[in-house]
Design a protein around this ligand. Structure first.
Ligand SMILES: Nc1ncnc2c1ncn2[C@@H]1O[C@H](COP(=O)(O)OP(=O)(O)OP(=O)(O)O)[C@@H](O)[C@H]1O
Length: 556
């Protein structure tokens, strides 16, 4: 148990993401007036301890403090409440409500896709959270299933999505870490304008919600690829295709959210309303009027007339994103990748940027998406890196997978890496106890009680998916076999040759019994011993042999 500030004690890690590690923690003392929730001693909370790179960046610390009021005032039933922010030395931590449930990414992996109705209703609640934050001028910028925690996955409970990590993207968007033209987000969920370094607004969250909705009903995001670059390119140039399992009204919503032009995406409020109309119109028991309304959902998806801007995301004026990548390219040719990534130096070798052969970093055969990032091309020392290089590096950083319930190497633990501030006791590092496994239940949404006009996709168990960033679980290693023990007493004395002796005796007994049976049951005794019994014959033969042996020795 390690203290964070004077008010909290870290107990066990719950998971690790790109920006830090989340811990289960307890409150030691009631927090001061600066906290949004004072809390009571003994109360359990979740604390995100931000990575050292973030905590060591003066710009981020300033931003963290400036954002304090925004983060603390963001309250909504579908937003994980931030209770307090702790800045202690070079440690930055966010104290949150602890949500007792899995995140949506893990839930989806364990349980497979949702029915269209359940997916629409779940996403409607997420859109409610977005509408509230956008109204407050806060854009999430990293909407993805891993950032949605599911409360109420117990039996008979209604599933309740809670959006988390609000403001983290804003913190990570510091000039110290990223340049103004970079995107902050995860490649599979990133909006085209973020990928291109264009100005961003709250419409990036609507794009993220569209990707999330697609993934909820199909089990995978629409744009995948072997490298982050490939995924980004598909966001920019490829239109999503409607899977057969997605009902038409729901597809209308997804397609609107995934428009390349942010001005054509609906507002979060309209998205929530549209999804609820769709959910009641596509259920098994939808009335004709409800089905009709769902089919006309496009009319409800009006764009936001005044989307909330993301500060500092206007281009610096130097980079024309259309130079970086031909967004009107009809299809993506991996072999052409070296041509679309510009280099800044006259001697630049385009094959250094990204190998199309797969033999170098970033090639199609490269299994590690983090290696997909091109090295910095040679250029003038004073040159700024091109937006694409920053974008790709950010993609790599943000694409790190959450490692849930893992043992943290003490060297990776930001709290332990500061012995001068907090000397650790002379104990060997203890493996933290495993977090109790929660068994989520299927979504308890009910289908509406009216006839429906489509066959809903069954909520079938998870099938293996080609998500290369989610490595399949390792098969359990077999227990090492115990050496075989004979008998029940392992301490019994071992007599050499005893086994052989037993074997010989057994053979003799078998021979005697066998020959006796042959003697008695066949006419053999009449032929060789004039009808004598077996024992008489045998004893006669034995005395003959004895006599013969004594004759061998002579009369003396
Ligand atoms: N408030 C919370 N209550 C309970 N568990 C939480 C809470 N916040 C996060 N977690 C758990 O911690 C894990 C890691 O959270 P984190 O936000 O760091 O991951 P991430 O979203 O994958 O990373 P990032 O957003 O930094 O890329 C989550 O998957 C979730 O299981």
């Amino acid at each position: 148990m390690r203290p964070v500030g004077s008010k909290y004690l870290l107990e066990e890690p719950l998971g690790r993401g790109a920006t830090g590690t989340v811990w289960r923690a307890s409150q030691r003392e009631t927090a001061g007036a600066e906290a949004a929730v004072a809390g009571q001693p003994g109360e359990t909370v979740a604390i995100k301890v931000l990575k050292e790179e973030l905590a060591n960046d003066a710009e981020i610390v300033m931003r963290f403090l400036r954002e304090r009021s925004v983060l603390l005032r963001l309250t909504h039933p579908n937003i994980v409440r931030t209770r307090d922010l702790v800045v202690e030395g070079d440690l930055l931590a966010l104290v949150m409500d602890l949500i007792d449930g899995p995140d949506l990414h893990n839930y989806l992996r364990r349980n497979g896709p949702f029915t269209p109705v359940a997916a629409a209703l779940l996403t409607a609640q997420i859109a409610d959270a977005l509408a509230a934050s956008h109204a407050d001028g806060v854009v999430h910028r990293d909407l993805k299933p891993a950032n949605v925690l599911l409360a109420g996955t117990g039996e008979g409970e209604e599933m309740h999505p809670m959006l988390t990590d609000f403001g983290i993207a804003r913190l990570a968007d510091s000039p110290g870490l990223t340049r103004t033209q970079e995107f902050v987000g995860t490649p599979a969920y990133v909006a085209p304008e973020s990928a291109e370094g264009r100005p961003q607004t709250s419409a990036v969250d609507i794009y993220g919600a569209g990707i999330l909705l697609y993934e909820l009903v199909t089990g995978r995001p629409p744009f995948a690829g072997n490298t982050a670059l490939e995924v980004l390119h598909r966001h920019l140039s490829e239109e999503p295709r409607r899977p057969t399992t997605v009902p038409e009204p729901l597809w209308t919503v997804i397609e609107r959210c995934l428009r390349k032009n942010p001005d054509e995406r609906p507002s979060a409020e309209n998205l929530a309303g549209g999804l609820r109309v769709v959910a009641s119109g596509i259920g098994v028991h939808a009335s004709p009027a409800q089905a009709e309304a769902a089919l006309g959902v496009a009319a409800l998806l009006a764009p936001d007339p005044a989307p909330a801007p993301v500060p500092d995301t206007a281009p610096a004026g130097s980079a024309d994103p259309t130079q970086a990548l031909p967004t009107n390219a009809p299809s993506y040719d991996p072999a052409a990748a070296t041509n679309v990534l510009p280099t800044t130096g006259p001697d630049a070798d385009p094959t250094q940027v990204m190998s199309p052969t797969g033999s170098g970093p970033g090639g199609p055969g490269d299994a590690d998406p983090t290696r997909a990032m091109p090295p910095m091309p040679p250029g003038n020392p004073g040159d700024d890196p091109h937006p694409w290089q920053n974008q790709l590096r950010a993609a790599r950083d943000r694409n790190e997978q959450t490692q849930v319930q893992q043992y943290l190497d003490p060297n990776d633990d930001p709290l332990r890496r500061r012995p001068q501030r907090r000397p650790s006791p002379q104990q060997p590092p203890q493996r933290p106890p495993q977090r109790q496994q929660r068994r989520p239940q299927p979504a308890p949404y009910q289908q509406p009680q009216q006839p429906q006009n489509y066959a809903p996709a069954p909520h079938h168990p998870q099938q293996p998916q080609p998500q290369r960033y989610a490595p399949p679980p390792q098969p359990p290693q077999p227990e090492p076999r115990q050496p075989r023990q004979r008998g029940s007493n392992p301490n019994r004395m071992k007599i050499p040759g005893l086994g052989c002796l037993k074997g010989c005796l057994f053979v003799i007994v078998v021979l005697v019994v066998g020959s006796w049976l042959v003697w008695e049951l066949t006419p053999l005794k009449d032929w060789v011993a004039e009808g004598k019994s077996y024992w008489d014959a045998v004893s006669g033969w034995i005395s003959d042999v004895k006599q013969w042996i004594s004759d061998l020795g002579g009369p003396s």
